[in-house]
Write a protein that binds this ligand. Structure first.
Ligand SMILES: Nc1nc2c(ncn2[C@@H]2O[C@H](COP(=O)(O)O[C@H]3[C@@H](O)[C@H](n4cnc5c(=O)[nH]c(N)nc54)O[C@@H]3COP(=O)(O)O)[C@@H](O)[C@H]2O)c(=O)[nH]1
Length: 744
């Protein structure tokens, strides 16, 4: 059974077909009407064929019947029905030919906004279609006895030219008018188009009517060219289409209506002139429009590349900088406020590292959308790169508006995002810098560019402060600058500290819960500042990490620990395992294993005396890499513990994947141990039970009193560490402990 296409059942289709049939018929009638003025039988202009090509290219071959039927009924009554039918078949075949040629490789754009499409339509599809129609039409005339065979070639020529003119004028014009129906021209363009046509009628019509009928009258149709160029340059395809159709109508009317040809037909040379004129008005016009559209497209692409962020579609850094300078200028002129929000996603790197960059991209795209939804139309949002976004707000009370927007954005971020089947909440930190209108009144011109830069810097500083304080968002204030200066000073002092050997390692004992004998220790760094005295690591570790100095300092710690063990062993002390903390950067550095091997070989320390402590978040930052590194460390016999356990977002069952030896319960839980029913107590006991089930040793950090010790003893914690036994002490003091065999 033949399947009936769906469109057949749609009334819209039949209505469309009917309308197209009627238009086709009307245009064919027009062609037939002008035929006697020219040579009596075959029309010099056949607009129906151009309209047919346009409708089938635009709406598909399903509308082909409109051409066959329109042509048939237009001719019926004037010529025998079989001939009328053959003409209809010829017209339809010509349109199929044009449709096939333009769609050969599926790249044709009926909007005619590329030169290649205008060329394909005008120089290949239309000539082939016109030739086919002419061959079939002239042959049908001869075959059905309506014309002697010797006139075939002549009829073919006239038919061909008539179709060419109709196709080249009407087909691109109808396509362009349809494009304007889809993307409406502006009111200004419509007004300009009307003015253009009125002027064209006045100039051409006026000159023509003035001289018409005088001896040696020469029509001044070349005066049409400036109007066509004007339309093509200023109004695009739509303006050009209506100008060309108006010009064609006017020219045909003026030529046919000339008193010289009344009662006779227009001489053939005049007809060819008319046909040539219409073709050279149309084809170059549409080529100009296409060339301009291509140029605009290239410009738009350059603009996109230069000013758009390709991942999120938001404005990029360059666009922000330009916009900021403009907004600052406008604010200066109009006494407005400007506020800049600088936003950064918290721990975004972890998402990239653990879930992959593709998921990271999804997060950025989703958060770009969420930020946009929190803004008004005239706010400006940009992605600076990575996970950094900015929002620019200007107007009255921009600072208050910025704070409200920051609230909205942070609230929008709290909705979890689904990644790989799991819900994640990615929080953000926002810094806000604002310029009040009162201040702007005093700016000089050069100042204003610096002001834009300064705003960016201040918002950035406030964002870092918000991130550090975990406070969501913060407004910039000048005290933040002094903090930044102090940070810079700290950075340079730390570089000096490394070069001048101002770091020292202290050692804190770890004792076995059952015997309370030392079973090892943890090496903890201290800084002997030349003026400020002994500084604890919490005050400088983060800066070391942020400026990358943690790598040489970490390498120094590792070497120092092993060197110290070697010395203690040489002194005959009962050296136990010593733990060294590894920071994120250290753990992820590619030559960590090379360094460890080198140090162990140099100091001749057995690998099982070395313990590496990595925090949960370090282990989780890149699970696959962590497993590989840990396996390599284990193969060497190095002892591995997970530090600060309970503060990250992993679970023991997740850590099961890692080849580790011990977990160190974070001291915040130990300090909260008071009653067995407390949350902390429940967490500690559950951790001990689970860790033991997984054959892991459990160390409790921060044991400060007998109550905590007793609790941990009762629940079978293996090792205790804390001030209750010993604070971190210098290497010499720890050597004394080792000598005594006790932590006192
Ligand atoms: N990457 C490196 N990190 C290091 C290194 N040296 C230290 N650190 C890390 O710095 C953080 C702070 O260390 P510190 O100020 O030395 O504090 C340690 C102990 O003094 C403290 N502690 C131990 N017992 C108690 C106690 O009973 N009460 C109490 N209030 N504090 C106590 O805990 C710190 C040891 O913590 P941990 O490492 O988690 O076991 C700290 O995070 C260090 O890791 C280094 O060379 N490299």
């Amino acid at each position: 059974m033949i399947a009936v296409p769906q469109f057949i059942k749609q009334p819209r289709y039949w209505l469309g077909l009917l309308v197209l049939c009627l238009i086709n018929m009307a245009l064919a009638k027009f062609g037939l009407w002008i035929a006697p003025f020219v040579n009596g039988s075959i029309s010099a202009i056949w607009p129906a064929s151009g309209f047919g090509i346009a409708t089938v290219v635009l709406f598909g071959p399903r509308y082909l019947p409109s051409i066959l039927i329109g042509s048939f009924f237009a001719n019926l009554g004037m010529i025998p029905a079989p001939l009328a039918f053959m003409f209809g078949v010829g017209s339809s075949a010509a349109v199929v030919m044009a449709w096939w040629v333009v769609h050969l490789d599926g790249t044709f754009r009926w909007q005619l906004d590329r030169i290649v499409d205008v060329v394909r339509l005008s120089f290949i599809a239309v000539p082939l279609a016109a030739l086919m129609s002419a061959v079939l039409g002239a042959s049908a005339l001869v075959a059905l006895g309506a014309m002697p065979g010797e006139n075939w070639l002549n009829a073919l020529g006239v038919w061909l030219l008539g179709d060419l003119v109709g196709d080249l004028v009407v087909a691109p014009a109808v396509m362009s008018l349809y494009a304007a129906y889809v993307v409406r021209p502006s009111r200004g363009q419509l007004v300009e188009a009307v003015i253009l046509i009125v002027l064209m009628v006045l100039v051409i019509g006026g000159t023509h009517l003035q001289w018409m009928g005088t001896p040696n009258f020469d029509p001044q149709f070349h005066l049409l060219f400036p109007f066509i160029v004007w339309a093509a340059l200023r109004l695009g395809g739509f303006g050009l289409a209506i100008s060309i159709l108006s010009a064609a109508a006017m020219v045909v009317a003026l030529v046919l209506g000339e008193p010289r040809w009344v009662g006779t037909s227009v001489p053939y040379l005049e007809v060819v002139n008319l046909q040539t004129l219409l073709i050279i008005l149309s084809v170059p016009g549409f080529l100009i429009v296409a060339a301009l559209a291509e140029h605009r497209h290239v410009e738009r692409r350059y603009f996109e590349i230069a000013y758009r962020d390709s991942l999120t579609g938001l404005a990029n850094r360059t666009a922000l900088v330009e916009k900021l300078e403009n907004v600052v200028n406008t604010a200066y002129m109009n006494g407005l406020d400007v506020a800049l929000l600088f936003m950064d996603l918290d721990r975004f790197k972890n998402i990239n590292d653990t879930l992959g960059h593709a998921m990271g991209d999804l997060v950025l795209q989703e958060y770009a959308r969420r930020i946009q939804r929190c803004l008004r139309n005239d706010d400006f949002v940009a992605r600076l790169g990575g996970d950094e976004f900015t929002v620019l707000i200007s107007g009255h009370n921009a600072r208050e508006a910025a704070a409200a927007v920051a609230h909205k954005i942070l609230a929008a971020m709290r909705t979890p995002i689904k990644l790989g089947g799991h819900d994640y909440v990615v929080s953000g930190s926002i810094g806000i810098a604002a310029l009040e209108s009162m201040m702007t009144l005093n700016w000089s011109d050069t100042n204003r560019i610096n002001v834009a830069e300064e705003l960016m810097r201040q918002a950035d500083t406030a964002m870092y402060r918000a991130k550090r304080n975990d406070s969501g968002f913060m407004l910039f204030n000048s005290s933040m600058d002094s903090h930044t200066k102090m940070q810079l000073q700290l950075e340079s002092e730390l570089r000096v500290a490394l070069a001048e050997h101002q770091f020292e390692l202290y050692y804190q004992a770890k004792v076995a819960t059952a015997s309370e004998q030392i079973v090892g220790c943890e090496a903890l760094i201290r800084w002997h500042h030349p003026t400020k005295g002994l500084i604890e690591p919490d005050k400088f570790l983060e800066v070391l990490e942020s400026i990358g100095l943690i790598l040489p300092v970490g390498a120094w710690s590792l070497r120092e620990v092993c060197e110290q063990m070697r010395q203690w062993r040489e002194q005959g002390l009962p050296v136990q395992r010593v733990g060294v903390n590894l920071s994120m950067r250290q753990f992820l550095q590619p030559d960590l294993l090379v360094l460890i091997d080198q140090v162990l070989v140099e100091t001749q320390i057995p690998a099982d005396l070395l313990e590496l402590e990595i925090t949960e978040s370090v282990a989780m930052s890149n699970a696959n890499l962590t497993i590989d590194t840990l396996i390599a460390l284990k193969q060497r016999g190095i002892y591995i513990s997970i530090d600060d356990f309970g503060t990250g977002y992993s679970s023991l069952s997740y850590l099961k994947r890692f080849p580790i030896d011990a977990v160190k319960i974070d001291r915040s839980f130990i300090q909260d141990l008071e009653h067995e029913s407390d949350d902390a107590a429940a967490i500690v006991t559950a951790t001990i039970r689970l860790a033991h089930a997984m054959n892991l040793s459990v160390v409790a950090e921060g044991v400060e009193n007998a109550l905590q010790r007793d609790f941990l003893m009762k629940y079978g914690c293996d090792v205790l560490q804390g001030y209750y036994y010993s604070k971190p002490v210098s290497a010499d003091e720890f050597a004394t402990m080792l000598m005594r065999g006790h932590y006192h």
